[in-house]
Design a protein around this ligand. Sequence first.
Ligand code: G
Ligand code: G
Ligand code: MN
Ligand code: NA
Length: 255
Amino acid sequence: VTVAREIRAALDEGWIVPFYQPKVSLKTGAVVGFEALARWRHPTRGLLSPAAFASVFDDAEIGAALGFSIAEQVARDIRNWVSRGFDPGRIFVNLSTAQFAEEDLAGRLLAILSEAEVEVARFGVEVTETVLIGGQGERVAQTLERLHAAGVRVALDDFGTGYASLTHLKRFPVDEIKIDRSFVNDLTHDANDAAIVTAVLQLGRSLGLDVTAEGIETPEQAAFLQAGGCTFAQGYLYGKPVAGSRVPWILARAA
Ligand code: G
Ligand code: G
Ligand code: MN
Ligand code: NA
């Protein structure tokens, strides 16, 4: 069987699930939300990250199905946590180019939320620059405008690694930029990375955008980012992606 068919079967049987990585406020230290990251509970190979199957998100046939399945599961998880009295903050899902082939992507996502009785304020989307330049610029812009207007936050993922990043901030309704972890990795040892991160933080401030730094692993990295005014942080220092069933424990611990 091809990987795509194997994944289709896994998806239909519920073996591809969202894990959740906490996002914290660098001002208060509180957990303000999570990023949903797909994981494949593989029968023989264990828990697989999309590093092992990422290309599938862009597969025309099942990429969209995969993305919508993750969004549906996320909406159900949010509903479940909230109904049990937990406040998970805002949960972001990653959108793929394949999902933008869907004519009414915004409508579908908003319907998923309303069917699960989840407030729009609890949901956000992450798009990479690759998605923005994916050749359907007008549709992407309209879709993001509609989501943004409805109250869904839009985060620009992997900021700085793509082309024409600054143009994208003008053309698309971006609420937040995420500094790619390749810039954070050596932040405290590499003057160029430090300069780039500082510039992105200043840019965020000037444009009134929140900035999330990804891939924070050390207190030194966190201190640098906090001093530079970075809004939010994600990384192994705060927590790895965990199963949905673990999320209430993280919230209970943070409270
Ligand atoms: O979680 P991990 O480091 O394994 O993720 C690897 C890559 O797969 C990251 O770039 C991440 O954004 C992407 N990814 C994870 N989950 C999803 C998803 O649900 N949809 C899309 N489009 N990409 C995802
Ligand atoms: O491209 P995107 O930002 O969506 O990718 C997120 C990916 O980064 C996930 O696969 C997640 O597992 C991984 N990740 C998150 N935090 C860290 C970290 O602190 N260190 C490393 N090495 N990877 C991380
Ligand atoms: Mn992401
Ligand atoms: Na990223």
